[in-house]
Write a protein that binds this ligand. Structure first.
Ligand code: PLP
Length: 378
């Protein structure tokens, strides 16, 4: 039994890294891991049951973000989706300094076939300047890649004016909506966004499923050649249980979007206020911006964030100091560095990302644990 050998944190405040699979989602998946194991491409009834389940999941994913089923292309992770959307781009590309590593790397390494790459700076609140974006667009750019909400700070990008500017100057906008999906209302049909990516494991679905959502499905480049799955764009037998779980998670996220955001905001605000009040010399990264309701990124002056996170971990409390997707790096967050201009402040910052599954008792326990860990370290 895994549970006997692995230490499981009792308080999980790292939901921007990944989320647990909700019981209802697991229930929806189980038949496709057991009796309904068919291959969606098979002509018999095992196959058609699986194909119908994938089609239903596609509709559920589309509904969460106001897209149509035809616009949804399944893949294995948002990282894959971002690479899919951006690696074939030519011409000038504009992105920002605070993007996820997938966007930063694919635009730097794979995308600009002869084009120029611009990474817009952000201010202390984590926002790009729309004027700077417009200046670059005027100089001629074909692609803009921006995240809707930041994974480390929860800072929300004003995606509507960004999309309007891109439309005005004829640039294609690709949006990393991984942290926004399930937390903010998204209506793809109403915004001039050319492509968008969301990920199952960030919204209480399983790992191994994500979606690239494309305005013009016919223009999506072929990523993998083979048996013709995903309308010939990404061949390979579908991960049916994960896709079914992704769909079920999206359906629940759509249904409970507002209730979850309201509940988690109360918990996050209580946590943030209590830490700022009880621990001297603390600040909130991105405080000047609209932020996701579940996220707070707090700086603790003259405390090494890694050590603080380690002490909390020893107390059974899971938090993070950077992007979990940036595996095994001890470099302090590039996001906080870009916002504050300070390596020091980045190395003193801890992210707490909550969910509707957390409780007020957990918040109180985390505040107490943070207070005593900081007292011990200072
Ligand atoms: N974009 C953002 C904003 C993220 O937070 C993450 C994961 O942390 C990703 C992209 C990558 O997602 P995935 O883990 O599905 O590859």
């Amino acid at each position: 039994m895994l549970g006997n050998t692995l230490a499981v944190p009792s308080i999980y405040f790292d939901n921007n890294a990944t989320t647990p699979v909700e019981p209802e989602v697991l229930e929806a998946m189980l038949p496709f891991l057991t009796q309904q194991f068919g291959n969606p491409s098979s002509a018999h009834s095992f196959g058609s049951t699986a194909a119908q389940a994938v089609a239903r999941a596609r509709a559920e994913v589309a509904a969460l973000v106001g897209a149509s089923s035809e616009q949804v292309f399944f893949c294995s992770s948002a990282t894959e989706g971002i690479n899919w959307a951006l690696s074939a781009r030519s011409g000038n590309i504009i992105t920002s300094e605070v993007e996820h590593a997938a966007t930063l790397k694919v635009t730097a390494e794979a995308a600009p076939l002869g084009g120029q790459l611009t990474r817009l700076r952000v201010d202390r609140a984590g926002q790009i300047s729309l004027d700077a974006l417009e200046e670059r667009l005027k100089a001629g750019s074909s692609t803009v890649a921006m995240m809707w909400a930041n994974n480390e700070t929860g800072v929300v990008c004003p995606i509507e004016p960004v999309a309007d500017l891109c439309e005005r100057y004829g640039a294609q906008l690709h949006v990393d909506a991984v942290q926004a999906a399930g937390k903010l209302p998204i209506d793809f049909s109403q915004l001039p966004i050319s492509s968008m990516v969301i990920s199952s494991h960030k919204l209480f679905g399983p790992k191994g499923a994500a979606a690239l959502i494309a305005r013009e499905p016919a223009q999506v480049a072929t990523l993998i050649w083979g048996g013709g799955q995903e309308r010939n764009r990404r061949s390979g037998t579908e991960n049916v249980p994960a896709i079914v779980g992704f769909g079920a998670a999206c359906a629940r996220a759509a249904r409970f979007l507002h209730a979850r955001a309201e509940g988690v905001q109360k918990l996050r605000d209580t946590l943030e206020t209590a830490i700022l009040e009880r621990v001297p010399k603390t600040w909130v990264n991105g405080a000047g911006s609209t932020r996701l309701a579940n996220t707070t990124n707090i700086g603790f002056e003259s405390i090494d964030a890694e050590t603080l996170a380690g002490l909390l971990d020893a107390d059974g409390i899971a938090v993070s100091t950077g992007s979990a997707c940036h595996a095994n790096t001890l470099e302090p967050s590039h996001v906080i560095r870009a916002m504050t201009g300070s390596y020091q402040q980045a190395s003193e910052s801890v992210r707490f990302s909550l969910s509707h599954l957390n409780t007020r008792e957990e918040v109180d326990a985390v505040v107490d644990a943070v207070c005593s860990a900081v007292a011990q370290l200072r």
